[in-house]
Design a protein around this ligand. Structure first.
Ligand SMILES: NC(=O)C1=CN([C@@H]2O[C@H](COP(=O)(O)OP(=O)(O)OC[C@H]3O[C@@H](n4cnc5c(N)ncnc54)[C@H](O)[C@@H]3O)[C@@H](O)[C@H]2O)C=CC1
Ligand SMILES: O=C(CO)COP(=O)(O)O
Length: 326
C-alpha cells in the first residue's frame, strides 16, 4: 500500500477533502482538533459536528496524534486561516508537499497563507487548492473543478493527479498568489452580497455588487502579483459566483443576517463554524491601504462588522463620486 494522504483539520472542508482523497484510492489520515470528531469518524463514519449526514469512507482514519502524519506523501492543510501558523508549528520538520486549502490572509503580518506556510515549514514544497467547493456537495460526490497551484508546474500537475476524480477536477496552475487572493477576497464580497439580499435591495443590486466586487478583487490581486486569468478562473470569479448567491455559504448567510438587521457581533458570537470573510475583511482593508488599492466594498463590509448601521453604510457606498468603469 502506498503512503497515506494527510489532512489537517476536521471541519466540513477537511472532512470532505478526506473523502475525496479516499475516493481517489488513498489511505487517509485526518488530524482533527476535537476528540468527538475523531471518535465519530472512526466509530460511526460520520463527522456529526461539521459535516452531518455524509457516510465517510473506511479508508479515512481520524487521529489527534501528529506522528500519524509522519509518513504522509502529501498533506492537505484545512484549518481556519488565522490558526494556520500555530497548527503548522506541529509539522515544522516535514518535507512532504503541503496543499493549503484554507481561504484568508494572516492578520498582523498581512501575509498570504503560502508565505505563512513557507516560514512555518521551510522544508516542504507548498501548493494551494481553491475553487467553488461547498463541502457538503463535494462530500456527496457532486461534480466541481478547482485550481491547484504551485510555483513548480510539475508539482502542481502531480498533486492534481493525486487528488483528481471524475467529479473533482483540479486544473493545475503556477499562480499561487492568484489562487489564494481569489478565495480570500470572495469571502468578504459574499458577506456584502448577503447584506444586499437581507436588506431586500434586489437582484440587480446583487449582480452590480458581484461585478464591482470582482473589479475590486482584480485591482487588489494585480497589485499583489496575481494573474488576471487566475482571478477570472475557478478560484476567483468561479468561487465568487458560488458564494455570493447561496445561503449554503456561511459568509453570505452572515451578511444576510446583518442586512436583515441583526448586529454582526450577535451573529458571530459563539459560532462553531467559521465565516472566514469576517476575519479577512479588516486584514484585507489594511493590505489594500498598504498597496494603495481602493476597495470600497471591503471597507463597507468592515464598517458593518464593526457595527455601523446598514442603511447609512449602503447610502455611503451609493453616493461615491461617479467614475469610469475601467
Ligand atoms: N466549508 C467549505 O465549504 C469550505 C471551506 N473552505 C475553507 O476551509 C477552511 C476551514 O473551513 P471548514 O472546514 O469549513 O471549517 P468548519 O467551520 O467546518 O469548522 C471549524 C474548524 O475550525 C477549527 N478550529 C477552531 N478553532 C481552532 C483553533 N484554535 N485551532 C485550530 N483549528 C481550530 C475546528 O477544529 C474546525 O475544524 C476555511 O479557511 C474555509 O474558508 C474552503 C472551501 C470550502
Ligand atoms: O469557500 C466556500 C465554497 O467555495 C465555502 O464558502 P463559505 O465559507 O462562505 O461557506
Amino acid at each position: 500500500m502506498s503512503a497515506p494522504i494527510g489532512v489537517v483539520g476536521g471541519g466540513a472542508w477537511g472532512t470532505a477533502l478526506a473523502q475525496v482523497a479516499a475516493g481517489a484510492g488513498h489511505a487517509v489520515r485526518l488530524w482533527a482538533r476535537e476528540a468527538d470528531v475523531v471518535a465519530g469518524i472512526n466509530d460511526i463514519r460520520e463527522n456529526a459536528a461539521f459535516l452531518p449526514g455524509i457516510e465517510l469512507s473506511r479508508a479515512i482514519e481520524a487521529t489527534q496524534d501528529w506522528s500519524a502524519l509522519a509518513d504522509a506523501r502529501a498533506i492537505l492543510i484545512v484549518t481556519p486561516a488565522q490558526h494556520m501558523r500555530a497548527v503548522l508549528g506541529h509539522l515544522r520538520d516535514h518535507t512532504a508537499p503541503l496543499i493549503l486549502c484554507s481561504k484568508g490572509i494572516e492578520a498582523g503580518t498581512l501575509l498570504p497563507l503560502h508565505e505563512v506556510a513557507r516560514q512555518a515549514v521551510p522544508g516542504a514544497p507548498i501548493a494551494v487548492l481553491s475553487g467553488p467547493t461547498f463541502a457538503h456537495e463535494v462530500a456527496a460526490g457532486l461534480p466541481t473543478a478547482v485550481t491547484l497551484a504551485a510555483e513548480d508546474a510539475d508539482l502542481a500537475a502531480d498533486l492534481a493527479a493525486l487528488v483528481a476524480q471524475p467529479t473533482f477536477r483540479p486544473y493545475a496552475s503556477t499562480d499561487v498568489i492568484g489562487a489564494e487572493i481569489g478565495g480570500a477576497v470572495k469571502n468578504v464580497l459574499a458577506i456584502a452580497c448577503g447584506v444586499v439580499d437581507g436588506a431586500g435591495l434586489g437582484q440587480n443590486a446583487r449582480a452590480a455588487l458581484i461585478a464591482r466586487g470582482f473589479a475590486e478583487m482584480t485591482r487588489f490581486g494585480l497589485a499583489r502579483g496575481a494573474r488576471a486569468e487566475t482571478l477570472a478562473g475557478l478560484s476567483g470569479l468561479g468561487d465568487l459566483v458560488l458564494t455570493s448567491s447561496s445561503t449554503s455559504s456561511r459568509n453570505f448567510s452572515l451578511g444576510r443576517g446583518i442586512g436583515a438587521g441583526t448586529p454582526a457581533a450577535a451573529l458571530l458570537e459563539n459560532r462553531r463554524t467559521v465565516a472566514e470573510g469576517a476575519h479577512t475583511a479588516p486584514v484585507l482593508r489594511e493590505a489594500a491601504a498598504q498597496a494603495s488599492v481602493d476597495m470600497p466594498i471591503t471597507e463597507a463590509v468592515c464598517a458593518l462588522l464593526e457595527g455601523a448601521p446598514v442603511t447609512a453604510t449602503i447610502d455611503r457606498l451609493l453616493s461615491r463620486p461617479l467614475r469610469t468603469e475601467a
